[in-house]
Design a protein around this ligand. Sequence first.
Ligand code: PHE
Length: 502
Amino acid sequence: MQLPEAQVAVLKTADSETHRPITEIADEGGIKPETATGAAFELEEEGLIAVSERTESTTELTDEGAQYLDESLPEIRLYEAAIDAGAEDEPVSLGQLLGEAGLEGPEVDIALANFARKGYGKVESGEVAANPDADAEADEELAALETLDAGEAVDDDDILDQLERRGLISRDESTVRLAKLTEDGVTTLMEGVEVAETVGQLTPELLTSGEWETVEFAEYNVEAEAEDPQQGKEHILRQTANRVKDVLVGMGFKEMEGPHVDAQFWINDCLFMPQDHPARTHWDQFDLEQPDEIDELPEELVENVRSAHLEGVGEDGDGYHSPWELDVAKSLDLRGHTTSLSMRYLSGFAEGDLEPPERYFSVEKVYRNDTLDPTHLLEFFQIEGWVLAEDLSARDLMGTFTEFYEQFGITDLDFKPHYNPYTEPSFELFGTHPETGEIVEVGNSGIFREEVCKPLGVEADVMAWGLSLERLLMLMYGFEDIRDVHGTLCDLELLRDVEVVY
Ligand code: PHE
């Protein structure tokens, strides 16, 4: 019988008596494990090979386990020191014994907990009494560590569980595939098999020579289990940020750019946030020590903003009756929102004067001195945006959000009236978490007040928002902790396996 090369190799290396691991067959047959696995499945379909599976567990000492193998377990060291000091007859001070046993740091607690658990003695009011009947030389856990270290198996599951709980061993399970010749396989081998000349790839030469008509092509088995290569891929946060950008560009928006560290002027003052506003304290924002102030601010704008803060805007306007200092406005912070970019653009400072209608957005990082919890980080991505046009209303904002979130499959937005010093009306946006059903805040928005627009020289209406990219991701993918996608605790499986939602 003629068979592809890999199948011949597997058939000749497999055994009719025992199930052999396919990795071993691959090794001996001089082919790659995944090729051997593919070939074995193909042969199974022909009835020449039987493929089976076995779960194998491996047990290894952790670094701590290996260290105790060397130095003995902390509780044994405490017991031996106690015996040496005569604590069988008369209690001895714990401090003295710890010194003699060379126990310090976390080892002390480990020694005490296990000393009591194993009945090596009692510790009361800082005194250790050793149990004369205990036999630390026969410590089962230390013996098990020694056995494992010698490459032998330990059968006692209770002891293995205990060692695992103590972090002294790690246990792993893996699936091993095995192959065995069937009777038909043996018969086929006896009748003789040879390698069929198959062609794996169609080449220009095969085509021009006309040979393609007579050669035999290798078959693909698209169902064969293959290795799962885990290469790097785009993080879902970045993936979604790029999608957000595409969607907004599709809705006619242009992208803003600007500094992560900015003057409080652009971050707060332009937004009619009084300089003594609680959100402007060190508790909320990250101050820069060096450099500590911005080089340049547009003079006329500074004057307009200062006057808005002190005297208000318009005939009935009233300012804040609190101090306004240029030094504060010039001082540098990590931006707590990207509304600083909106101010740079709306004022004409970034790209010159703008004529309505205009639409701008950014998807950029912002920094806040929040308390870490499942929905808060010290930094996150904000989807900032605004529309400059005549006669805008809250309905325009709601319509824009409905259209935007629909692109991500989110159709149940809720809106709640809110207060911002810089917008009137203002409202917060909420969505429903797909797993927990909880209502999650996803953003904040409003129409900029006169006190913001006038100083900037903006005559038309501006509706604006700041949405959280991470919260959008939560609604899309259903994870519950923001730290699943950010930072050292992130859920690698989620990042690896999450389905791309389009
Ligand atoms: N700056 C607001 C925030 O960070 C978002 C916002 C932007 C609200 C523009 C209204 C207008 O929460």
